[in-house]
Design a binder for this molecule. Structure first.
Ligand code: AMP
Length: 550
């Protein structure tokens, strides 16, 4: 029997219309650094989105052309998020932290036709432009002097001012009826190995993902929230927060290019932010700042943290020192990105909450998960079997843009490359990236567990653990540690003694290195390949401890 329900498409256009009318008096605030913040109501955002769509039509965007953005988190980027998909084109957020040749490769692979660039990023983008031949229009947002604009001049493309284009365009747009399955936005994976791969989100997937984000068991954002996405809009759609805000009527507080702890704390204080979202290194930096300089973060309801494993010690520190509950989440570009979120089940209290809160969390309704062994056998979801997590669902990519990558899929499931356990309650506990696992004498050692334990030591700022070849055991863990500034210089012996109270003896690293900083990817994840290369080339100074006394 057919249903009687309307076949109403799920589109970004609906989010745009709803957010900019029903919540027209809500606002997006953009940090101005030393200058005062810029404030814009959602009604004005809606009108400017219409102007942007008209301007892009004038420039020849009349179908599914890719319109790139090379921008920080700000009001204009929000306008692009709304206008470009809603006019039927495809928003392509370019990662401004990648090297110019990689951005050039990505823009060319996606065949970007036009790109909106923040004026402050002109020096970076000028290096990309000669490597991105498909770009016909560069639209500069913000004030730029003639010299800077001159660096963008060249054959094959025109340079425009965002504000001039909007001023000349009409303030209403006849948004077309769109197929909900058509592409709305693109994002390339950050590509720690191999070339970045393109994920094309549909209107439908973005809509469903935004709804899931708004649910109470999801990010739980609503009309009373003022959300501050520190996670960049060029990284997996800022975890879907801009659309979730428009859908739920939450205000947005955007840091623009000022993503340093002092400014973040100041924004929280002055803008009364209720929800912040960012990777662990951001909140670790903010914690260090608060300890050193103080600050009022009492407006915060929670800090959402994902992108890499959030150490339990950081969560406990926020709770103990500031009474604030952090919310750990797991996801990936391929999952739009939300996959799971960590909250203890109802009725769990006291110390018993931590194994849940420190896990990667419970899978969302809409994200199905299973574990697969090395040889492709499906393992039980019993909280014990360790395997690669595979997922499927309506906001999970089923392929990559013009890149078949069969090794990334398994019978219609996405292979996440993340290794861990899954339990009957739907909780994911990751132990490693597939490429980071350490196998010592045939047994697995979790690099993430070691890292979290070492980072809980008060004299440690950061720690990354890699597997290195070992004659006897095949592989052994090497801990690369960043000492906490101002703390007594901790020694490998002390760290090993500290760990020995917490993990089995055979897992204790005997190789230790002290480094200035853990190398990170463009989006703040530990880049262990760099550490492995440094170890292999002998440029990492390693202390090897003898056997433990019995
Ligand atoms: P990206 O597509 O750049 O967002 O990277 C996705 C990857 O980041 C995942 O496959 C994980 O390896 C890692 N990741 C994201 N969130 C977490 C988390 N909460 N804990 C551990 N790893 C995470």
């Amino acid at each position: 029997m057919d249903s009687t329900m309307m076949d109403y498409p799920l589109t970004i256009t609906t989010i745009l219309r709803y957010g900019t009318t029903i919540f027209g008096d809500k606002e997006v605030v953009t940090c101005g650094g030393d200058e005062s913040s810029r404030r814009r109501g959602y009604a004005a955002v809606g009108e400017r989105a219409a102007r942007l769509a008209n301007a892009l039509r004038e420039l020849g965007v009349d179908g599914d052309q890719r319109v790139g953005t090379f921008m920080w988190n700000n009001a204009e980027h929000l306008e692009a998020y709304l206008a470009i998909p809603s006019m039927g084109a495809v928003l392509h957020t370019l990662n401004l932290r990648l090297a110019a040749d990689q951005v050039g490769y990505i823009a060319t692979h996606a065949a970007d036709y036009a790109v909106i660039v923040d004026a402050s990023l002109i020096p970076l983008f000028a290096k990309v432009l000669p490597l991105a031949q498909t770009i016909k229009h560069v639209i500069v947002s913000g004030a730029a002097d003639a010299a800077a604009l001159g660096t963008l001049e060249g054959p094959g493309h025109e340079v425009h001012s965002y504000e001039s284009l909007l001023a000349a365009a009409a303030g209403s747009f006849d948004w077309p009826e769109l197929d909900e399955r058509s592409a709305a936005a693109m994002c390339y994976t950050s590509g720690t190995t191999g070339l970045p791969k393109g994920v094309a989100y549909s209107h439908r997937s973005s809509y469903l993902h935004s709804m899931a984000a708004c649910t109470v068991n999801g990010l739980g954002v609503g009309e009373h929230d003022r959300i501050m996405p520190i996670v960049p809009q060029f990284h997996a759609n800022a975890w879907g927060l801009p659309y979730a805000a428009m859908m739920s009527g939450a205000d947005l507080v955007m840091p623009d290019r000022f993503m340093i702890p002092s400014v973040i704390v100041n924004l929280i204080e002055t803008e009364k932010v209720t929800v912040g979202a960012g990777v662990p290194t951001i909140w670790q930096g903010v914690l260090a700042f608060l300890r050193a300089s103080g600050g009022d973060i009492s407006s915060l309801r929670t800090l959402i943290c994902g992108g890499s494993a959030l150490p339990e010690s950081v969560m406990r520190a926020y709770r103990d020192e500031f009474g604030l509950t952090m919310t750990h989440a797991w996801g990936m570009t391929e999952l739009s990105p939300l996959g799971s979120i960590a909250r203890e089940p109802a009725g769990v209290t006291g110390e018993a909450v931590w194994p849940y809160r420190a896990s990667q969390g419970r899978l969302f309704c809409g994200v199905e998960g299973r574990l697969s062994s090395d040889d492709g056998q499906i393992l039980p979801s019993d909280g014990k079997a360790v395997g690669e997590l595979e997922c499927r669902g309506p906001w999970i990519t089923g392929s990559y843009y013009q890149d078949s990558a069969p090794e990334k899929f398994h019978d219609g499931w996405l292979r996440t490359g993340d290794v861990g356990t899954l339990d009957a309650e739907g909780f994911v506990r990751l132990t490693d990236r597939a490429k980071d696992v350490i196998k010592s004498g045939g047994e697995w050692i979790s690099s993430m567990e070691l890292e979290n334990l070492i980072m809980a030591h008060p004299a440690v700022a950061e720690a990354a653990v890699i597997g290195v070849p070992d004659e006897k055991w095949g592989e052994r863990p090497l801990a690369a540690v960043v000492r906490a500034p101002g703390a007594d210089p901790v020694t490998p012996d002390e760290l090993r003694a500290y760990l020995s109270e917490r993990i089995p003896r055979w897992q204790l690293p005997e190789r230790w290195a002290f480094i200035d900083e853990v190398p990170k990817t463009s989006v703040g994840k530990f880049q262990k390949t760099t550490l492995r290369d440094r170890y292999a080339s002998g440029s990492l100074e390693v202390t090897t401890l003898g056997a433990l006394p019995h």
